[in-house]
Ligand binder design. Structure first.
Ligand code: S6P
Ligand code: ZN
Length: 191
């Protein structure tokens, strides 16, 4: 058997999930982003500052991940868990990113909650795919992606993407996402 220098050899293994709750048992990596990590992303900066101050910089979202080499050939998987809520009237969302290797896609399977996968291309195309339990969104190569929670419970999604894809947050910080998702009097608006 030839082992290539691009791709580490690993033994197969199994991970257990609580599918109804959208929880991965014994994740190896746990990334936490509090509200303060979202400065610059919401329309209403004052509302974000107020939320950070009044709620002592609350949890915004978490990522639970397996320990997979960031290499060609491997598949990185995990659970993204986004809290419910609004900043002003804009729904809680993740930062969003392109993949550094932009010609890599991603699969998202919604396990709990309700939301949208908001996507955009560098030439300004925008799409929003609805996610409820059981929806799988295919994020094709070239599309930046951000999860948005429109519901009242955490939005939990299982994701998998190529190990060497990487994350490019900087372009989104500069460009934004063009469209935003709001909740006003229980109605969701994409504007
Ligand atoms: C990685 C994948 C997810 C996100 C997670 C958090 O390619 O898309 O694991 O990292 O949903 O979002 P973000 O935009 O902060 O990375
Ligand atoms: Zn991604």
């Amino acid at each position: 058997m030839e082992i290539k220098s691009t791709t580490s050899f690993m033994n197969p293994y199994t991970v257990e999930y609580e599918l109804a709750e959208g929880v991965m048992k014994e994740p190896k990596n746990h990334l936490v982003r509090n509200a303060s990590a979202m400065k610059g992303h919401y329309t209403n900066e004052d509302a974000l500052a107020k939320l950070i101050k009044e709620q002592n910089d609350p949890l915004h979202y978490e990522v639970f991940e397996g320990d997979i080499p960031q290499e060609y050939g491997h598949l990185i998987y995990g659970i993204s868990k986004l809290q419910p809520g609004v900043v002003g009237d804009e729904c809680f969302m993740t930062k969003g990113h392109y993949h550094t290797i932009i010609e890599t896609g991603e699969i998202y399977l919604c396990l709990r909650g309700a939301g949208y996968m908001l996507m955009k291309t560098q030439d300004g195309q925008v799409r929003a795919e609805k996610m409820t339990r059981g929806s799988m969104v295919y994020v094709p190569p070239y599309w930046a992606h951000r999860s948005v929670n429109i519901g009242d419970v955490p939005l939990a999604t299982f994701y998998v993407y190529p190990g060497d894809a990487g994350h490019n947050y900087g372009d989104i910080e500069k460009e934004g996402f063009i469209k935003r998702i709001f909740r006003r009097n229980g109605e969701v608006a994409i504007e």
